[in-house]
Design a protein around this ligand. Structure first.
Ligand code: ATP
Ligand code: LTN
Length: 333
């Protein structure tokens, strides 16, 4: 099928740190099988990352590492469009137009904003408040059908859907109303130290997350120290969030149901569960790490990929931005 007849997918990850197992399982891994059926746009959303303070040197490094991780994990630049958000100006253009149609009330209800603004002290950047509008622009300017993300992004996606409908009603049908694509088992990988919180790359405690680039011995150590409980038997239950998280991770990597796993671990202890979990993670991540390092050692290949990607992304998204401008009453140039 040519890309014109395929439905469109858009997703992105912020280079606000190094990627975690949560980003891999909740996002990237689910993107791989979608590439044949859909016209996919996978973006490194660097403009979103600066809604919290970034060190320029780290931002540069993380941006390329995120892109390299997409490719090393199996996103094929021949099938999908891979690019860096700041290279494609239509994202910001669309965001301004949508900002003027978004209500303060709906942005102030966003849980991510509430969480992150608490950490900003007295001076909360306006960008943090407007973050979901830029995300809506990312999605709508490609006339996206489907957005594969983890469950934490559902509320932001709801805003994108509302804005699509609001624009369509205010002017005339312009946008497809995008649907979320959330894979249940991996939708929320939990913090290893506080398993009722989501694993996050911006956590202050490195023992709370596994990085995609963590060395095998580090992965073993972090999993073996992960918080469980004093019950002592392996069950898939909200009363045992640490154990439940480990079971979810093994289940996705080994393609087994959590029921099958609970049965298998019935007479076994947490030590074995943790060892198996660490091995499952290492088996999958080791080849990815090797490829990420190769790509980062020779930046030429990455450069070709993101340049070609941003040209394709611009070509597609400018069409939708022009439509928006025209319908809103701007004079074409
Ligand atoms: P930050 O810590 O900087 O807020 P993050 O680690 O939450 O970032 P994002 O860049 O906001 O990561 O998210 C990228 C993608 O990874 C999104 O689709 C998000 O839903 C998914 N994701 C992030 N953390 C997890 C997690 N713990 N479990 C499942 N999916 C996750
Ligand atoms: N807010 C998202 C990252 C993101 C995104 C997007 C995801 C920015 N723009 C568009 C999907 C589609 C997050 O995961 N924190």
């Amino acid at each position: 099928m040519s890309s014109e007849n395929k439905k469109t997918i858009f997703s992105g990850i912020q280079p606000s740190g190094r990627l975690t197992l949560g980003n891999y399982l909740g996002a990237i891994k689910n993107w791989i099988p979608l590439q044949d059926e859909y016209d996919c746009y996978f973006c490194v959303v660097d403009l979103h990352a600066i809604t919290v303070k970034q060190e320029p040197k780290e931002l540069r490094k993380n941006t390329l590492e995120v892109l390299a991780t997409y490719i090393a994990s199996g996103i094929d630049p021949k099938k999908s469009t891979l690019f860096i958000q700041s290279h494609v100006p239509t994202h910001v253009q669309g965001a301004w137009l949508l900002n003027c149609m978004t209500y303060m009330g709906e942005l102030s209800r966003m849980t991510q904003y509430k969480d992150k603004s608490q950490k900003s002290g007295a001076n909360i950047p306006a960008g943090l408040f407007n973050y979901p509008v830029l995300m809506a622009s990312d999605i709508l300017i490609y006339d996206t059908d489907l957005v594969p993300v983890g469950i934490d992004q559902k509320q932001h996606l709801e805003l994108a859907r509302n804005l699509a409908e609001r624009f369509n009603n205010a002017y005339s049908p312009t946008f497809t109303v995008p649907e979320p694509h959330i894979v249940k088992a991996s939708a929320k990988i939990m913090d290893l130290q506080e398993p009722t919180k989501k694993m996050s790359k911006s956590s202050d405690n490195p023992n709370s997350y596994i990085l995609i680039m963590d060395e095998p011995n580090v992965i073993r150590k972090k999993i073996s120290r992960s918080v469980t409980d004093s019950i002592g038997t392996v069950n898939y239950s909200d009363d045992q969030p640490g154990v439940k998280n480990l079971l979810n991770i093994i289940s996705v990597f080994e393609n087994k149901t959590t029921d099958e796993l609970v049965d298998y671990y019935k007479d076994k202890g947490y030590k074995e569960l943790k060892e198996d979990c660490a091995n499952a993670i290492i088996n999958e991540l080791e080849p990815i790490q090797k490829r990420v390092n190769e790509l980062l050692d020779n930046k030429k290949e990455l450069e070709e990929i993101y340049k070609e990607g941003s040209a394709k992304a611009f070509k597609k998204s400018i069409k939708q931005v022009r439509k928006m401008h025209k319908k809103m009453g701007f004079i074409p140039n």
